[in-house]
Design a binder for this molecule. Structure first.
Ligand code: SF4
Length: 301
């Protein structure tokens, strides 16, 4: 890399940083829809928060949702959500969004609208009208001829076996869509420590495998230091083996995304891994999965 290119890259990165680091799920007066420049999406992701009440059936030690501030417990009004989504898509399409800070700082290559993502302050599949919400997203994209824009469902995978959720997944199968399922551990003990859920690890793995047997999915996993210590090599090895189990059970994985803590975690003893630590987990996972062909493992330090 030349010195000139290197300086340009640094300038570009710092230009985008404000928008990438700005991850509030509140945008102007919106209740549900918010824009994000997402490293994992490589562009603009329009988030839909179906859990403004901040309730979740996980209690991850790294969660960045600030539950000291009470959420909005009113039922989600999906007509308001639809209106907000339409306005946001229009603002992204017209470029008006990129006139407003911090998005006015974003460099042109990251202004590409990549997706609508059901994510937010809890588990989106817990919303009783998930299917209807997916239909609203698809209709909003169709009305604007945005056939290349994906609908992404980001889930902790606990409810993927419910018939109501499966109907939404089947609807998404007919759209340009991706399911991103969370898996943060290789052993029940580490899962219990990190995700702090009453939901069993065995059922979680079965849900992910069953979902991946029906369509290729993305696995997203957060690794961190706890009390300054990265996950033990045995845990990383077990994690890679759980992914291998999913594939052996007939599951199809598009790719694995490894990331680390980027915002204030729920538990103060949690801190981010550095690039080398994340990279070494990725290499261990690639070694386990890369038979017979290399397996895509992406890292987001
Ligand atoms: S699943 Fe997501 S929202 Fe729920 S506690 Fe974990 S990080 Fe937070």
């Amino acid at each position: 890399m030349s010195a000139k290119y290197s300086l340009q890259a640094v300038a570009t990165a710092s230009q985008n940083r404000a928008a990438i680091e700005s991850h509030p799920r509140i945008w102007q007066s919106n209740r549900y829809v918010y824009p994000v420049i997402s490293r994992r999406s490589g562009g603009l992701s329009i988030g839909v928060n179906l859990n403004p009440d901040k309730r979740c059936n996980f209690d991850c030690i790294y969660c960045s949702v600030d539950r000291r501030i009470p959420g909005d417990v009113a039922p989600v009004d999906i007509r308001v959500m639809a209106l907000e989504l339409g306005v946001m898509l229009d603002q992204a399409g017209s470029g008006d969004l990129f006139q407003m800070p911090p998005f006015s700082q974003v460099t042109p290559e990251l202004r590409r609208l990549n997706d609508i993502a059901f994510s937010g302050d809890g588990e989106p599949t817990s919303h009783p009208e998930l299917l209807e919400c997916c239909k609203i997203a698809k209709a909003a994209l169709d009305a604007r001829n945005l056939a290349s824009v994906k609908i992404i469902l980001i889930s902790n995978a606990t409810l993927l076996h419910r018939p109501r959720v499966q109907k939404a997944l089947e609807f998404l199968d007919g759209c340009k869509s991706e399911i991103w399922a969370k898996l943060d551990a290789g052993t029940p003990e580490y899962y219990a420590m990190v995700d702090r859920s009453a939901f069993s690890f065995a059922q979680l793995l079965e849900n992910i495998a069953a979902c991946a047997r029906r369509r290729p999915i993305v696995i997203q996993s957060l690794f961190m230091k706890i009390d300054g210590v990265p996950p033990a090599p045995e845990e990383v090895d077990a994690y890679g083996r759980r992914l291998a189990d999913i594939i052996e059970m007939g599951g199809k994985l598009r790719r694995v995304q490894l990331y680390t803590v980027a915002r204030q975690p729920a538990v103060p003893s949690v801190s981010p891994l550095n690039f080398q630590e994340l990279q070494s987990i990725a290499e261990a996972v690639r070694r386990i999965l890369s038979h017979p062909t290399p397996f895509p493992v992406e890292i987001f330090p």
